[in-house]
Design a protein around this ligand. Structure first.
Ligand code: LMR
Length: 351
């Protein structure tokens, strides 16, 4: 007898119908938005981890370490797919993708988290806020860091850990020593209101652009300079298209490892615990190597012979600090008094 397809569908068992409905939900709206983990006994849970720097950086290496630990500790029940160097998404796009559940994990710089609506993260961009790496660590490892991560939850995102990078320096097409040298320059910054205010206070124009576009814009003369850590400068090969580097250490760049909250909350408890353990160990690894990676990159930048390198003198630093004081005043428009005062307590310095 000829069985019509309709008849076969009607004959599906209830469990088959549920699987089919789940599969369709996964395909149509994405697992995280549907609040469903699309793994079966056969297929692993997939975590797509997108980031915008190369695998040669501390963040890139730690993402791969997390993948290796997560996969081995869950006995293959989880597969982590790491997409470095903006292969999947650029800076802003990856935050949207995380919220929509198109990727499950990111480690964006803290400067970009204001873009998620968590403006208090902007406090960590304040120029000359941290006198050294230990001061930064004391803030993120203490109550201020915990409160900041908590603020992400209102935006569908869970913050799991802080990953380090280091102090930023400037590269440029002409020397940047005195504040007046910034006049007429167009400098790339990350998408942060504090960093935009920083460049305006120094007297330059700012351009907010994704990291992956910076090299070409510097090469074409659409940008005159940029700020970043030595590792990012070296691995993005920005020294090949710039002639000067100023060791200013005027701000700090670091990351939060964040996940799509509905996805994370719906993971089976044992899997989530194994992933938390893997992330803990990848975090210790990342925070241990970040400083060395930056020191090595600065040496390589010096050895490249492409850049004239200048370290700010104490007098020049003090001139920059004075020019940047208005940023602290302006930041009160965006950052809560609570976070600013908690920072003051933790750090014992302005704002
Ligand atoms: C940048 O955009 O310059 C940085 O956020 C890149 C990174 O992730 O370190």
């Amino acid at each position: 007898m000829n069985t019509a397809p309709e008849t076969k569908n009607v004959a599906l068992h209830a469990t088959e119908r549920r699987s089919l409905a789940k599969w369709i939900a996964c395909m149509v709206v994405g697992a995280a938005m549907a609040g469903i983990t699309c793994a079966t006994a056969q297929s692993p849970i997939v975590i797509q981890f997108s980031h915008v720097v190369t695998s040669d950086t501390a963040k890139g290496k730690a993402a791969l370490r997390f993948k290796q630990l997560a996969e081995s500790r869950t006995g293959g029940k989880v597969r982590v797919e790491v997409f470095p160097d903006s292969q999947l998404y650029k800076d802003r796009e990856e935050l949207d993708a995380l919220r929509l559940g198109a990727v499950q994990m990111l480690a964006p710089s803290l400067s970009k988290l204001g873009g998620l609506g968590a403006d208090d993260f902007l406090a960590l961009d304040l120029p000359f806020l941290f006198k050294d790496r230990a001061a930064y660590r004391a803030v993120v490892d203490g109550p201020v860091g915990a409160a900041l991560l908590q603020k992400l939850e209102d935006h569908g995102v869970k913050g799991l850990a802080f990953w380090d990078n280091g102090f930023k320096v400037f590269t440029s097409s002409r020397p940047l020593r005195n504040v007046s040298d910034f006049n007429g320059m167009k400098i790339r910054v990350q998408a942060s209101k504090v960093l935009v205010a920083q460049m305006r206070s120094l007297g330059s124009k700012e351009s907010v652009s994704p990291l992956i576009d910076v090299r070409v814009a510097l090469k074409n003369g659409q940008l005159d300079g940029q700020e970043n850590t030595p590792t990012n400068i070296y691995t993005q090969r920005l020294h090949e298209v710039q002639s000067h580097l100023t060791v200013s250490n005027h701000g700090y760049l670091a990351y939060a490892v964040i996940v799509n909250k509905p996805f994370w909350d719906k993971l089976p408890t044992d899997i989530r615990a194994a992933l938390e353990g893997a992330l803990h160990d990848a975090t210790v690894f990342e925070n241990n190597i970040a400083e060395t990676e930056n020191n090595k990159a600065l040496e390589r930048l010096k050895a490249s012979g492409k850049l004239t390198i200048h370290t700010l003198t104490p007098q020049e630093t003090s001139q920059w600090r004075t020019a940047l004081l208005p940023v602290y005043q302006e930041s009160r428009n965006w950052i809560s008094a609570e976070t600013l005062s908690a920072l003051r307590v933790a750090y014992g310095a302005p704002p």
